[in-house]
Write a protein that binds this ligand. Structure first.
Ligand code: BG6
Length: 514
């Protein structure tokens, strides 16, 4: 008879009390995706669901239902999901995992106002609860333009799908854009909250699902090292940059009416600001986190006059590395006279004891020199130092830089003596890199967020108040831009319009060139 030394056996993850996955496995549930044939579902949502299944984080009977206008059978839908998974999943393809997931897939064909199709969906969910043990727990993912939110919410209400039978839950997950200003966001919130109570609404800001963004809280609140200087006594200003090298080709329908500020400053960049600037929450739970974010956003304003404190640009043709690319107005689907900005920068201030007098400069752009997202806290210069000017000529200001992506990590820049007989001082970097420090791979933002929604953890989802406050901060700038001229051209592959540099130069500062 074979005998095993127990220690040689691989641990059974379901029995191992140290397995950190255990509290993170979703209970019985299913998900309906509206807009499942769209780009986001194909590139991000479906691969993320497969990755969760592959990591053992979905329940055995997990059921994915696609809803869309195509006239598809279950098999057509399976083929479509299979292609999306093979192309974009983060983890390796496993036939067994796929077979289990595919078994539960269903597709309902219909428009967002089609009553008969919604009745069919309601019947399907009820049937599935009986056959696959989904327990009446359903998440509805609205990966659709906000114009359709009302139709879908109304249908979910009419058919009873929005109301959870006793002991089960119904949640709705919504994608941005949450309106185009404060007023329209408030209206959207009214529409959604009329059907789903706020604690069952999960608004996706995928930046909050990124590991490095979650690490901002760890960095600030588990360490003693950073807190003493994290304030206006030591910090001169903060730069939050989200630079992309890609253009907006293929997304004209969405982007030409939106522009860079609405597309990412209102959500991703203002959320980053909130995490960097907020006070320590009493606990790492949704209510406490939202309380602190709401407090800091309520104290945040865009600094005027906007002709000096903001900048906007639109990329023209230019060299993106070794490739010559066309300007926005020549891209397919764009109005040749389009005045949509592809670069936006603004100056925000926070009226609080911690941050009074510290400008927060936010910028984002398409077709810039390279892809990088980072938050840089730039220190004040020391009030006195005993070296000659000549000895410190190449010394900059100290900085702490949180690199959100790529090359995820944290960097500290400070001065150091250059080896040699003279006392010459120069900037050096101390660099923490995720890739070097951890062997674990980071999950995709959507894996984390979809799982959190199934687990009813809304810590990483902005509340309705946060969304409206972010618009309140940005609205005056957008209104000023709408009434004053058009964006300045900048050649693709550069770092944006000249007005953005001037914005900082006026106060003797400069953007980092990451
Ligand atoms: C989306 C924007 O929210 O974020 C896009 O709509 C942008 O315009 C994208 O390209 C960037 O996301 P990431 O995760 O690649 O930085």
């Amino acid at each position: 008879m074979l005998s095993f030394n127990k220690q040689q056996l691989p641990a059974n993850p379901l029995r191992d009390p140290n397995d950190k996955r255990l509290p993170r496995i979703a209970g019985p549930s299913g998900m309906v995706i509206f807009g499942v044939t769209g780009d986001l579902a194909r590139k991000k949502l479906l691969p993320a669901i497969y990755d969760l299944a592959n990591r053992g984080l979905l329940p055995a009977g997990f059921t994915l239902v696609g809803y869309g206008r195509r006239d598809w059978s279950k098999e057509d839908f399976e083929k479509y999901v299979h292609a999306a998974v093979v192309k974009s999943a983060r983890t390796d393809f496993d036939e067994n995992v796929w077979a289990r997931l595919a078994e539960g897939m269903q597709f309902i064909s219909g428009s967002f106002a089609d009553e008969a199709a919604f009745d069919k969906l309601a019947a399907l969910l009820e049937e599935t609860d009986k056959t696959r043990g989904t327990g009446g727990n359903w998440a509805y993912y609205l990966s659709i333009p906000p114009d359709y939110f009302e139709d879908v919410c109304r249908q979910l209400d009419r058919t009873g799908m929005a109301r959870a039978p006793k002991g089960s839950w119904r949640r709705v997950i919504i994608e941005k854009p949450f309106g185009h200003d404060q007023e329209s966001a408030a209206e959207l919130n009214r529409v959604v909250n009329a059907v789903f109570p706020e604690n069952s609404v999960f608004r996706i800001d995928h930046y909050l699902g990124k590991e490095t963004v979650q690490n901002i809280m760890a960095l600030r609140f588990v360490n003693q090292l950073f807190e003493p200087f994290w304030n206006a006594n030591y910090i001169d200003h903060v730069q939050i940059t989200m630079a992309e090298d890609i253009g907006v080709g293929g997304r004209a329908g969405y982007y030409d009416t939106i522009g860079a500020a609405r597309d990412v400053i209102q959500n991703h960049l203002i959320q980053l600001l909130a995490l960097v600037a907020m006070e320590e929450p009493l606990a790492f739970d949704p209510a406490q986190l939202q309380t602190e974010k709401v407090k800091i956003l309520s104290a945040t304003r865009a600094v005027e006059p906007f002709d000096l404190t903001t900048a906007r640009g639109q990329y023209s043709a230019g060299w993106q590395g070794s490739e010559f690319v066309q300007g926005l107005r020549d891209e397919e689907g764009f109005d040749p006279a389009s005045s949509t900005e592809t670069y936006a920068a603004c100056t925000l201030e926070i009226s609080s004891r911690r941050w009074a007098g510290v400008p927060f400069y936010l910028r984002t752009g398409k077709r810039l020199g390279r892809r990088v997202t980072e938050i840089a806290l730039i220190f004040k210069s020391p009030p006195h130092q005993p070296f000659d000017l000549g000895q410190t000529a190449s010394l900059g200001q100290n900085a702490v830089v949180i690199r959100v992506q790529p090359d995820e990590g944290v960097l500290m820049r400070f001065g150091s003596k250059v080896p040699g007989s003279a006392m010459e001082v120069r900037d050096v970097n101390m660099d923490f890199s995720y890739a070097e420090s951890f062997t674990e791979e980071s999950p995709e933002a959507y894996e984390r967020l979809i799982l959190d929604a199934l687990l009813d953890n809304s810590s990483l989802f902005p509340s309705n108040t946060e969304v409206e406050l972010s618009w309140e901060i940005l609205d005056p700038v957008l209104q000023y831009w709408a009434e004053n001229g058009r964006p300045e051209d900048y050649p693709a592959g550069t770092w944006g319009p000249r007005s953005a540099d001037l914005m900082l130069e006026r106060s003797g500062r400069a953007w980092r060139r990451p």
